[in-house]
Structures are given as structure tokens and as C-alpha cells.
Design a binder for this molecule. Structure first.
Ligand SMILES: O=CC(=O)O
Length: 355
């Protein structure tokens, strides 16, 4: 059944890895031994696919947080892995202390800012994430937000469907991204994939990153390194944020940075809401300091319904859709399953996140 579930998965190039791990896992498993996995919620409506649940259930007894909380004494020694789907369950010192045989936490998505990696590692537990599954769809979404904002697609839709619309306006204009300058803050895998896409749209590309990319990478997308963030902010028509959230990137874009941007510029955020000082952003958008913002992430998510960002005409907000494609979600699940199988078998954990 597990292998059938693998075959159903559309991500063909992962079959072998999954199968190998499955086979080696069996070799290390005692007859009838079942490592337990703590899983927060299962069921299609929560985005956990039934075929992957079947696959997990072949190897693990799945325990929900509710079951665990109700029967801690019996279960705590048996649990070897945590399947963390969209930041749940919350992993804190109390939970780690109550799971002495925990080996691995498989986290969906790339961001691990919700995990205390040092604390987890001090318990001898490994963490894995799913960076490759999310990078293409997140970069796509960055482009989609940039285009939607530049071409006023959301406003256009509202006009097209409004019962008050009698005729379409010839003077209702947006901007072209072709020939414009895109500043990419955070040139990791996602940032680089944004650059590849922007290159195809014939944009000029500036980037700012902790480390400069090698010359071949820069040349392949025509990206110019800006060691100083100010230079990127001053020179860009669109600024996209694709950094990890860390103490260094918290409120990286505040009032001072927004004031350095062109009054015609648009800020796009596909990283984490906390990278932007939202009060400063609201002021900048209200006062014409920058032209517009397109945000896939906010702080908190969702924003309170009376939050100013929800009521500004020059803002587009999507509900954290970066990895929200069926292809990405399947691949995330598969990668998590692979990491759990490896972690409980004492094999090197694919996509391990190091402290
Ligand atoms: O937010 C999405 C992720 O962390 O992958």
C-alpha cells in the first residue's frame, strides 16, 4: 500500500529515494515494532493528503495532539517523530521534555522561525524542512503579485464585475514591468528563482544578500550586487523581500528604508510579515512615500479585520499562498515522510536544518 501511495504521487523523481528509505527502514525495524509519530491533524480538509496518511500509517502509529494530551503516560516514550504541518503542534520545552525518544521533527515549508532550533538540538532532536518543494511556487507568486500590482489586476477585476460598470475606461492605466528595475532582498533559492523569472520579463535586477553570489550565478540572470541596502532601495521600481525571518531581518524595512524607496515604487513581500514594520508601511502607503504594496505575508495572519492595510486601495494581500499549489503540497508531504523515515532509522536526514 505504501508503494502504491508513492506511485500515486505526481513527483516522479522522488520515488526512488522514498522507496530506498522505506526498504532500509524495514531492515532496521524489529518485528511488530511501530515507532509512533505525533501528528497534529490528519484529514484532507487540512491539506494532508489521504495517500500520504496511508503511507505514514503503514510505518507509524499516528497520534494526534489530542490523543497524546489525553494519554501522555502511555505514549510519551513511544513517540519518535513529530509531523509538523503548518506550525502545529507547537514544539516547546514542555513537549520536548515529555518525549524522551523523539528523534526528528519534519516541518512543512522552508521557514523555521517558529522553531527554537538550539533548544530542539539540545534534546538531540533533528529538524528537517522542505525547501525544494516551495521555491518555485513561492517565486511564481512573487511575480504574480508584482504583475497584479503593476497592472492593477485586482482593481480591474472589481471594475469588470461591478454592477455599476457601464463601459470600460480607456484612461485606466497600470505600469509595465519590462525594463523596470527589480530589487531582490534575500538572494537564496527563492530570491534567485525570482531573478530567473524577472530576467525572462527583461527586468533589470539588483540584489542584496548576506553573501554575494558567484559571478556565473550573477551573469546568468544579469543581477547586480548591492552591498548596501540603501543603493538597492533607491534604485528599484519594485522591491521584493525573500529573506528568512531572523533577529537580523526583523523590521528590516521600516520608515527609513521606505523613505529611501522611489515614490513610484512597489514593495512585495513573500517572506514573513515581521520583516516589515507594518505601521511604517501603512504610513508610507497613505502618504505617497511609496506607490503600492503586494503582500503574501503579514503580521499577524490573518490581520484583524479593521487593520488599515486591509482598507487601502494601493495594497494587494493574499493569504500566505507561497507554497499553496497541489504539486508543492504533495512534494512537501513526501519530503517530510522521507525525513521521518530516515530520522527514526538513524540515517542522514534529508533536508536537515542545522542550527
Ligand atoms: O511560508 C512558507 C514556508 O515557510 O515555506
Amino acid at each position: 500500500m505504501g508503494f502504491m501511495a508513492l506511485q500515486k504521487c505526481p513527483i516522479a523523481n522522488c520515488h526512488l529515494l522514498g522507496w530506498q528509505l522505506e526498504a532500509s527502514f524495514h531492515e532496521t525495524m524489529e518485528e511488530n515494532e511501530h515507532p509512533y509519530t505525533l501528528i497534529n491533524v490528519i484529514g484532507g480538509t487540512n491539506g494532508v493528503y489521504e495517500d500520504h496518511v496511508e503511507f505514514l500509517e503503514k510505518h507509524f502509529k499516528l497520534i494526534t495532539m489530542k490523543e497524546f494530551t489525553e494519554n501522555k503516560q502511555d505514549l510519551s516514550h513511544k513517540i519518535k517523530a513529530i509531523f509538523m504541518w503548518f506550525h502545529k503542534p507547537v514544539v516547546d520545552r514542555d513537549l520536548l521534555q515529555s518525549l524522551p525518544n523523539l528523534k526528528v521533527i519534519a516541518n512543512c515549508g522552508v521557514g523555521v522561525d517558529h522553531l527554537d532550533l538550539k533548544l530542539i538540538s539540545s534534546f538531540g532532536v533533528k529538524v528537517a524542512n522542505t525547501p525544494f518543494a516551495v521555491s518555485n511556487p513561492t517565486a511564481d507568486l512573487g511575480m504574480a503579485l508584482m504583475l497584479a500590482s503593476a497592472r492593477r489586476i485586482v482593481e480591474g477585476h472589481q471594475i469588470a464585475v461591478s454592477p455599476d460598470t457601464k463601459c470600460f475606461m480607456a484612461d485606466w492605466l497600470g505600469e509595465e514591468i519590462n525594463g523596470a528595475t527589480l530589487g531582490i532582498i534575500g538572494m537564496g533559492t527563492i530570491g534567485y528563482k525570482v531573478a530567473q523569472r524577472a530576467r525572462a520579463f527583461e527586468m533589470n535586477i539588483l540584489y542584496h544578500n548576506r553573501n554575494r553570489r558567484n559571478e556565473a550565478d550573477e551573469q546568468a540572470v544579469g543581477a547586480v550586487y548591492c552591498p548596501k541596502l540603501e543603493d538597492l532601495l533607491q534604485g528599484s521600481d519594485f522591491v521584493i523581500l525573500s529573506v528568512n525571518l531572523s533577529p537580523q531581518t526583523q523590521k528590516l524595512i521600516g520608515r527609513k528604508e521606505l523613505e529611501l524607496m522611489k515614490p513610484t515604487a512597489t514593495l512585495i513581500n513573500i517572506s514573513r510579515g515581521q520583516v516589515v514594520d507594518q505601521d511604517a508601511l501603512v504610513n508610507a502607503l497613505k502618504n505617497g512615500v511609496i506607490k503600492a504594496a503586494a503582500l503574501d505575508v503579514t503580521y499577524p495572519e490573518p490581520l484583524p479585520r479593521d487593520h488599515a492595510l486591509l482598507h487601502l486601495k494601493n495594497v494587494i494581500i493574499t493569504p500566505h499562498l507561497g507554497s499553496a499549489t497541489s504539486k508543492a503540497r504533495h512534494l512537501m508531504m513526501r519530503n517530510m515522510v522521507e525525513s521521518i523515515l530516515a530520522g527514526v532509522s538513524g540515517l542522514p536526514v534529508p533536508n536537515e536544518v542545522h542550527v
